[in-house]
Design a protein. Structure first.
Length: 299
């Protein structure tokens, strides 16, 4: 059964590095892995040059893909566009450009972005999918849109059933029901197969947002697996440097907050002059992150 590992947190805290490391570590163990980015400012291309909108192999057992809004909306048109146009055409004098307007419907983009993930899970081809999600606000909006979209479709389906005898032309109820079923399957996948890693660095905003995100994920029904504290400054690296020692002191405050309030084990990674960007370095980092003790003394 395919497992999904969601990597989330504030932008700029190292989500993509952590996601890449975990994906390479899983592939190194012999798993078939898909590393999927839905971050609109994704940086997977900096780690795996040449990746794009189609999944491609970058290492033994590992494929990588970055989804974009145009790809997601093209997927919606291919799957449902013709049926939507047929239904609307039977009710109103509209032309095909109405589909351009419908692409802005709240929840639609999120629905078919996650349908890509669902299809990858259901394909049975991958043992694990590592999902590099959008920054905190985008991740929350994505999840909330799914729940709201499902509720809306359920109500719309009931309404059209009541009006069915009055409708002329194409019946929209099969289309609405197919969307509702799809959304229900997506919600089930998120709640039953997905486990989250939340990444922060020891500063006020990343820690506050990361803790709020963990609470929101738990309320939504997504299980938490790990919390990562990234870019921790080493103590004593610059004796007598007031600025450096002040930063270290401030980091300690927020690191303590992160550890005390995280409901799951914390993995700590130190700040480094050069981030691990080779496949071997990232795979090693991924194994350290998954170990039972903090990685701060190793990485």
């Amino acid at each position: 059964m395919t497992a999904v590992r969601l990597i989330a947190g504030k932008g700029g805290v190292g989500k993509t590095t952590v996601a890449s490391a975990l994906a390479l570590a899983a592939a190194g163990r012999g798993e078939r892995v898909l590393l999927l980015s839905t971050d609109p400012t994704g940086a997977l291309g900096q780690i795996f040059p040449g990746v794009g909108e189609t999944a491609r192999g970058v290492a033994p057992g590992l494929e990588v893909v970055e989804l974009t809004r145009p790809v997601v909306l093209a997927r919606w048109r291919e799957r449902f566009g013709e049926e939507v146009y047929r239904v609307l055409r039977s009710l109103l004098p509209v032309e095909r450009d109405v589909l351009d307007y419908l692409e802005g419907v709240p929840g639609l983009e999120e629905e078919f972005l996650l349908s890509y993930l669902l299809d990858a899970v259901n394909s049975g081809f991958y043992d694990r999918i590592v999902w590099d999600a959008a920054p905190t606000a985008g991740t929350l909006a994505l999840l909330e849109a799914q729940a709201l979209f499902y509720d809306h479709l359920t109500q719309a389906h009931r309404l059209y059933l009541k009006l069915q005898g009055y409708l002329k032309g194409a019946d929209p109820t099969p289309l609405i029901e197919s969307w509702r079923v799809l959304t229900g399957r997506i919600l089930a996948m998120l709640r039953e197969r997905t486990r989250a890693w939340v990444v922060a660095q020891p500063e006020r905003l990343p820690v506050v947002q990361g803790l709020e995100l963990m609470e929101a994920l738990a309320r939504f029904g997504i299980g938490l697996e790990r919390a990562v504290l990234n870019r921790v400054l080493p103590v004593g690296a610059c004796p007598g440097c007031a600025f450096y020692e002040g930063k270290v002191s401030e980091q300690r405050v927020w690191a303590r907050r992160w550890r005390e309030r995280s409901p799951v084990p914390v993995r700590q990674l130190p700040e480094s002059a050069s981030p691990p960007l080779t496949a071997a370095e990232l795979e090693r980092l991924g194994h350290l992150l998954e170990e039972g003790s903090d990685a701060d003394s190793h990485a």
